[in-house]
Each structure stands twice: as structure tokens, then as C-alpha cells.
Design a binder for this molecule. Sequence first.
Ligand code: F6P
Length: 549
Amino acid sequence: MDQTKLTDAWDALAAHRAEMENQKIADFFAADPERYAKFHIQLDDVLFDFSKHRVTRKTLDLLVALARAAGLEEKRAALFAGDLVNVTEHRSAMHMALRNLTDRPMIAEGRDVMPEVLAERKKVLAFAEAIRKGEIKSASGAPFTDIINIGIGGSDLGPAMAGRALSPFVSPKLKLHFVANVDGADLGDTLAGVPLATTLFIICSKTFTTLETMTNAASARAIVAEKLGEAAVADHFCAVSTALDKVAAFGIKPDRIFGFWDYVGGRLSVWSSIGLSLAIGIGAEKFEKFLLGGQDIDTHFRETPLEQNGPVIMALIGIWYRNLWDYRTQAVIPYDQRMARFPAYLQQLEMESNGKSVRLNGEPVTHETAPVIFGEPGTNGQHAFFQMLHQGTDIVPIDFLIAAQPNAADAKHHQLLFANCLAQSEALMRGRSLAEVETQLQKQGLDAAAIKALAPHKVFAGNRPSSTFIYKKLSPRVLGQLIALYEHKVFVQSVIWNINAFDQWGVELGKELALRLAPIIADKSASTAGLDSSTAGLIAEMRKLNKGS
Ligand code: F6P
């Protein structure tokens, strides 16, 4: 990385930002009928339209120059070479090996990891197929009907999001359930809705120490032992982890333990054995299609020049808004009810990866990092928070996602869904001026005083940016492509910010303090001395409220 070039690149962007202050996206469209043609790219099965952004060709050129000055091409090569890019944990980030369906070796931590990846994938898919075919049965001898994945964070969000997104592909004989929260309501409500005698539990935890997962797993085990008998536990539980010794200690049969490795981050692990519930649901063939989607984007990201590279453009537009315009949030709005968990999935992917304040060398960052990610499916979001997106004081860039065809839904509904998606990005971009509002109100017959009072409330400033991702249908392969696009986007941004996208030290303090407080909360006579007065006061209040119950 050349520091002078980097400073120059940021300075050039700052100067360009000033030039762009009053430029309107709608004017870019008016001036250039070819804008859409020039500002979209086809990424395998996904078309990425970035024409409705506050960017010109010059903006993108300057952003690409920034990426080059930050050493993106070298760092991309280092990522794929299996270098120890996760510097604080001395690990590679080789999740791409899990979706490598070629015979190309993939190196992590100095070895070709494909033999272990292929062996484990084969084991997982064989187990998944045996459950689907009823060859592996419940203790009663009946085939399994329900699968409960117990895990949290990356051991939940990936399979939960994908299981729902791909529900039209899930065998009608199986239902997938996901329990994450240590709140007993999560496990309790899930168990209330399943036939325990034909339910398989998958305990998913990279570390096999996570409080929530271990608590839920122990409770589920106790319930199975109580209701179905201790001998049934072996038939009804399996586990996925990198900590195989800890899993064995829990009492899971060795042939029911599926591994993965430290070079796969939790939030990047859906492609690994962590995807077991998904593989059971959609079957081996479709799970491999899902992996193929991820591999499609790996090839694209690795081989395409930065100027035409989808994840790079996504990342750089994000940098433009976060660092040059100080936009602090990013919305993700899938126009697909089954993609309801996609925004939550991206919250972990983006905010746990890039919500950092120090650079790789431990010094403070020089630019703001991850924006707040939020979202809901369209059209629901339109009737909740879109008011703020259209007329609020903060500008929120949006990613819209939509399929041309529904997987399993009425075509007329889908036409309306599609119309709404396009209407929103157009309305955000175009806006409605005061003069337009006044003309509209005059046509409606309002008098001058009424127009004056009402018109300002009906003005839309417009010039609000969005991307649209469109694909034919949300197939396993397309979902794999979408996830991998965002994964690499996050990596590119981490390179520009010079931070480690692959650790998550920021979750540790809360975990430690929860462990310290748990015994004080469990024992009502335990001393609260040494705690701050708020924490001690709230514990006292909890004890008071619990008195007599
Ligand atoms: O607390 C954050 C985290 O460590 C995530 O990074 C991870 O995905 C999640 O907890 C679950 O961890 P595990 O899979 O080890 O139970």
C-alpha cells in the first residue's frame, strides 16, 4: 500500500464530492439515455443496477483508484492464497474452499484443505439424504419430520435465513425450525409446535461453548431424555462444531458429529456443516447448487478487473456514502417475503465484520467504518419506515432485491410486488418538487391558502440513492450468489478501511459480564457490592419484583 497514493485518492474523492453536492441523479438520467446500460452489470444470474446512485463515471474511477491505492488487488490475492488475513487470530479466511466444486486446491494455514472439506461435505450430504429418505430414523422407528437447529449468530442466521428463503425447495415431509435465544420462550414455543418423537436436534456451535446454545442444547437433551427416554438421545441429536472434543463430551455419537475449521468464520459458515439443516431440507443436489452460486461469485470476484467487479462496485459505492457523504445507515429491502431474514443475516455479516475502530496495526481508524444495516421485506417496510426514507432528514442508501418470477406464489401478486419495488426506487430518486405539488393540488381544486399550507408537506426532495438486484427466480444457486456478493463486498470495504473483517472481539466483554452476573442473579442473597449503582439497583428491583413468586 502506497500511503501517498492513498492520501491523494481520498483527497481527489473529497474534491469530487464537493463538485457532486448539487448534482441530481434524475438529471444524469435526463442527460444520458444510456445511463442504465452503462451503470449495470450482469453477475452470473444476478443483474446489479447501480444507475440510481449519486455517481458518475468519474466517481467510480476515483473510487477504483482508491481501491488500488489501498492494495485491494494484492489483498484479494492474499485472501484467496490463504494468507493469515485474520491477523489477530492468526487464521486464514478460507470459507471459499467450502463452495469450491472444482478440483482446484485451496490453501489455508499452509495446507490444501480440499481433502478435508470434500470428506466432510460428503459425510454431511450423505447424512442429509439418509434423513430425507427415512433411512436414518427416530428412536420410535418412524422417519424424522421436524429438524430443530440449535445455534446462534453464524450458527443460526445462515441456515435460518436460507431455509426460509428456499422454503419452496424444502421437502414437504420436513419442517425446519431454528432456536437461538437463551430466552426459554424460543425453545419452549418451538417444542410446543413439533412432534418430539420424530424431531431431530442439530446443535450448531463453532466453539461449542456459547452460553445460549449450550443452555438450549442441555434443556432440549433433558426434555428428550424425560419424554422419550435416555436411550433416545443418541438417535435424536447430532452436532456441528470445530471443537470436536467438546462435542464428544456432550454425548453425541461420533458418526453424528460434523466438523468445520478455524479458517471458516462463524458468519461465513453457512456453506459448511453448519448448513446441515438446510441440506436436510433441500437435499444434496440443491445444496450443491447453493454452493455453486457462492463459487460463481468467487470466480467473478477473483478474476474480474475492479472496474467491472460486482462486489467491488457494491463496496465502493458504500464507501462513497459512508465516508464522503456521512450516510450512516444502509437499508436492505428484499421484495420477497421468504427473504425476511436476509437483512438480519447481513447485519451480522456487515456489522460484526466491519464494526471496528482500530486498523490492522491496532491504531485508530482514519475513516468511519460499518454503517448500521437494517431492513424488512417490501412491501411491508413501505408501510412502516419508508416515510423516513422518503422525507426524513437522513439519507439512507437502499439495496432492493427482486425476482422476475415468484417461486410459489400467485403471478398477479408478484406483478404488484414488482411494481412496488420499482416505484420505490423511482420515487426516491425522482422526488416531487414544490411546483409539481402545487400543480397537483390546483388540479384537485384546493384554494391558494390551502395549497400554501399543505404543499411543503407533500414535497419529496428526491435524489435518494438505491441499487437494485434482479434475478429470474430465487433458486439455491441465486441465493448462493447473493450471499457471496455481500461477503466479498464486506471484505473489500475492510481493505479500504484497513481493518480486520474476520475477528469479533467486540462481543467478548458483554459475554464476560453476563457470566459474572449470572450467579448473582440466580442467588437472591448474593452481594451486589462492587457493581455500579444502576446494575445493582436493577438487580435489587428484580429481586423485589420476584419476591413471593
Ligand atoms: O458472539 C458472537 C459469535 O461469536 C459469532 O461470531 C458467532 O457466529 C456466534 O457467536 C456463535 O458462536 P458459536 O458458533 O461458537 O456458538
